[in-house]
Design a protein around this ligand. Structure first.
Ligand code: NAG
Ligand code: NAG
Ligand code: NAG
Ligand code: NAG
Ligand code: NAG
Ligand code: NAG
Ligand code: NAG
Length: 588
């Protein structure tokens, strides 16, 4: 008795020790500009005087200008950098970073006039710059700048802010920089996976008269993973059994590389040909693979059908875009889970330039009128993968999405919301991915509460390609808001293999091995064998997905089989009535 009491206490203390070590990541973020900022994350982490309670102590001027302590009407202190002459003239703090650590950054920013893009950067004494993140700051309210860096070296760096317009004062409050070891980062991923990708299920096995049956043997076999993992395909799949087998045995979702695009389906004006995408869609449907429609219109002037060019008149372009939208959306009506509606409309504006600022928004609204099933996605690159690309920063992404919504609201004369999705392509370069920035970008976008997908995940060829591919896949899977991932490999039929998953004969490359390993982790590949206890109860934690449950009770020679769908919202109590040889279906 005494010993077990002591042991129990020892375990409890160990457990406490462990939780103290396991630093939790703070996923909170907002795209709103707030009158009052949130309190500083992680108590500021390694930032000295993060809330400016001691005025400017610990902070210096970066470049020219001066720092001033200011105070809000509620008596909260913040800091202003003014009399600036260079974009980087701002407040600064020297910090020590350690190679291999992952740094989560957040701060609240305001600008003295108008609205400006403002970044946080880190400069090493050697003149190396690390980009930590960017937001659109506004006058009169506080915007959250959330980002981060992964340290590729150890040593001092100077944190500073940058904005082009030097006439603006930069106002800052509640700055935080929290280091995580790789181990802590990974343990956060595991914690999140346990929380958002799994649920506890309690099965209760009874006879027909509802009396509990002790000791029944239960087998749970996952027949579909609850986490959609997909891969882009191309038309070669129609003629290659090997390609078909390789693809269909692994993935549950896809998008076609080119075959649904306008330049593919209407090469000559007025002559549409859907033969190939029709066949590809049919193949996917036969294999129970969901299809993301990619894409209706592409905002990049380089990727229009050849008969559309700069000379096309606005009226002609408008008519052509309407024809295209109607044609492709109605053709595949009800058969697609998503549409990438106007591809890359942050980097490009071919349609906006010709037809006005609401040109993309109009295509979203029109698509919804034609088919209410697919979620309507934006689809952009560099939003979470490259912090220095200001064209598609999360804040601009959020602004475009909100403008599309308000256009639709006005157009529909009500308060309706378009069922939109946040598609981030996730096309990483060849170097070390900035997973701190990636996570912060996902946090920021996720706060709008639309489905978030990584739509074209790719890691460019480089020394550690397979390892980096694993890092970004894990980061996506373990983010609480991510609802699916589509990988965008180089076609096995292409001569240049930038990111092949297989050789031409469909044997895995190291990248393919990583993908297989993770698919096995994201799903339950082995059937689970469990037994009900004396009260007929069996509790089990399951990865989300569709299961086939078989229950056998040898003593009474009874048996049942049922289908079970485990999602984050499904009931966690599952009554199982033994009903010899009459399979029945439980739907949630
Ligand atoms: C910063 O956080 C504190 C709470 O810790 C809050 O009182 C203050 O208003 C915040 N700063 C701004 C500018 O809102
Ligand atoms: C800062 O700029 C203001 C005008 O914006 C000017 O009145 C003031 O003299 C300047 N202060 C310094 C220290 O340069
Ligand atoms: C067994 O329980 C189910 C649901 O809990 C109930 O609908 C059913 O009537 C019960 N059957 C018997 C024989 O008590
Ligand atoms: C239109 O002109 C721009 C700039 O000259 C060029 O980059 C683009 O490819 C042209 N677009 C089309 C569709 O011809
Ligand atoms: C749009 O479709 C209509 C009917 O098929 C056709 O007459 C018209 O020429 C098309 N417009 C453009 C710009 O392609
Ligand atoms: C675009 O739509 C918004 C409504 O969301 C409207 O306020 C604005 O005037 C429109 N712009 C043009 C050029 O029509
Ligand atoms: C839209 O919302 C506003 C404010 O919430 C409300 O006053 C108005 O009646 C709503 N309009 C419709 C058409 O639902």
């Amino acid at each position: 008795m005494k010993i077990s009491f002591i042991l129990w206490h020892a375990c409890f203390l160990l457990y406490l020790g462990d939780t103290i070590q396991a630093l939790s990541y703070d996923y909170s973020a907002t795209t709103e500009c707030l009158e009052e900022a949130w309190k500083v994350q992680y108590g500021g982490g390694i930032i000295q005087n993060p809330e400016f309670t001691n005025g400017i102590e610990g902070w210096t001027m970066f470049g020219q200008g001066k720092l001033e302590e200011r105070i809000t009407k509620d008596g909260n202190k913040f800091i202003a950098a003014l009399n600036r002459t260079q974009p980087s003239d701002s407040l600064s703090q020297r910090i020590q970073i350690q190679k291999g650590k992952i740094y989560a950054f957040s701060a609240w920013i305001q600008i003295s006039q108008g609205s400006e893009v403002i970044s946080v950067k880190f400069r090493s004494p050697g003149g190396k710059y690390l980009h930590g993140g960017t937001v659109i700051a506004e006058q009169g309210c506080w915007s959250m700048l959330k980002g981060g860096i992964v340290a590729a070296f150890s040593g001092p760096v100077d944190l500073f802010f940058e904005t082009k317009n030097t006439a603006d004062e930069i106002w800052v409050d509640n700055v935080s920089l929290q280091p995580f070891t790789k181990k802590q980062w990974k343990s956060q991923q595991e914690k999140t996976i346990a929380k958002v990708r799994k649920s506890k299920v309690k099965l209760h096995v009874t006879n027909k008269d509802n009396t509990s049956v002790a000791g029944a043997k239960i087998t749970l076999k996952q027949i579909k993973s609850g986490f959609p993992t997909g891969c882009e395909i191309n038309q070669n799949i129609l003629n290659s059994k090997k390609y078909q087998d390789w693809f269909a045995s692994r993935f549950s979702v896809t998008a076609f590389g080119n075959e649904m695009k306008w330049y593919f389906t209407e090469k000559t004006r007025g002559q549409e040909d859907y033969t190939i995408p029709d066949a590809m869609l049919q193949f996917c449907e036969q294999n129970n693979i969901d299809v993301r429609g990619h894409n209706i219109i592409w905002d990049d002037p380089r990727y229009q059908p050849t008969w559309i060019n700069n000379e096309t008149s606005p009226q002609e372009l408008k008519d052509a875009a309407e024809n295209r939208t109607k044609s492709v959306v109605l053709r595949y009506k009800g058969r697609l889970i998503h549409w990438d509606v106007v591809n890359e409309n942050l980097h490009f504006s071919f349609y906006e330039n010709k037809l006005g600022e609401n040109a993309s928004a109009e295509v979203y609204a029109r698509t919804y009128e034609l088919d209410q099933k697919p979620i309507l996605f934006m689809n952009e690159y560099n939003t979470i993968e490259l912090s220095q690309d200001e064209d598609s920063i999360p804040a601009k992404y959020a602004r475009k999405l909100k403008n599309t919504q308000s256009y639709y609201r006005e157009r529909s004369g009500g308060n309706d919301t378009l069922p939109m999705g946040v598609g981030v392509q996730s096309r990483f370069g060849p170097g070390q991915p900035n997973i701190a920035y990636m996570r912060a970008g996902m946090d920021y976008l996720a706060s709008m509460k639309f489905p978030l997908w990584l739509t074209e995940l790719f890691v460019d060829k480089g020394e550690n390609q397979a390892e980096y591919l694993e890092d970004v896949l894990r980061e996506g899977y373990s983010h609480p808001a991510v609802e699916g991932i589509v990988i965008w490999p180089t076609s096995p039929f292409s001569s240049e293999c930038k990111m092949c998953l297989t050789e031409q004969n469909f044997n895995n490359t190291p990248n393919g091995d990583v993908v297989d390993k993770l698919i096995a982790e994201f799903s339950s590949s082995k059937p689970l064998e469990i037994s009900a206890n004396g009260q007929g109860i069996s509790e089990v934690v399951l990865l989300h997905g569709d299961y086939e449950v078989t229950v056998r009770h040898l003593e009474t020679n009874s048996y049942t089989k049922l289908k079970l769908k485990v999602t984050k919202n499904s009931a966690n109590f599952v009554p199982v009535q033994l009903d010899a040889f009459v399979p029945h279906v439980l739907s949630m």
